[in-house]
Design a protein around this ligand. Sequence first.
Ligand code: 6PG
Length: 241
Amino acid sequence: MRCVAVVKILKGGFMVRWQWYEQEAEVRQAATQFIADAAANAIKTRHAFHIVLAGGSTPRAVYQTLNALTTVWSAWHVYFGDERVLPADHPDRNSVMAQTAWLAQSPIPRNQIHPIPTERGLEFARASYLQTLAPIGAFDLVLLGLGEDGHTASLFPGHNLGAAENAADVLMVTDAPKPPPERISLSANRLSKAHQILFLVTGAGKREPVQRWMSGTEIPAAAIDCGNGVDVLLDRAAWPD
Ligand code: 6PG
């Protein structure tokens, strides 16, 4: 495994630690290890592990590896960074993807897994998830993907990212450019309330948004920062020339 690490300080003082691996499989391995370490550290120091899941193909492959971890599963609490407005069992939902890839076989107590109830409509889902998150402080780990247009979670270019300090924790999205148009997303401000933030970025389609991010162009992903910097794992295909 060859890994090249680059640290960049971007506009606004945000620090991004880029770790580039040759192969996508190596990114998956590194991500699994990152999650295992974050869980071990959180459970040791805070006796619980609050993780936010991302949608997307790279995270799915990582979720498939997680049941092999040795960890205190009863300390895990699982949230979602965004969800599409679709029926509860729809295969395009992030919750169904995570369920199929990992959670259905996981010993995490069911009442510690918190899907966003978008099957009941935008308004209900927003209010319900605001309540779910109200007692939760900083997340231990937020996992995020990166879209080809620079979006992350369901925070799209030109839309309200909820990056202001007083922004609501949960946003309703009614016109997402990536289908389906209706989605719920945690705001950039809420996603930034975390001990660690990890982006998983693979494939040639991500080269352009990575380039824009590295050169300081304002893409939605760049609005997320927890004060401790963010970590980005990429494969060679996603790394700009
Ligand atoms: C969604 C995701 C979205 C995703 C990126 C990257 O549900 O649409 O939350 O933000 O993470 O689009 O997805 P890929 O890893 O599949 O490219």
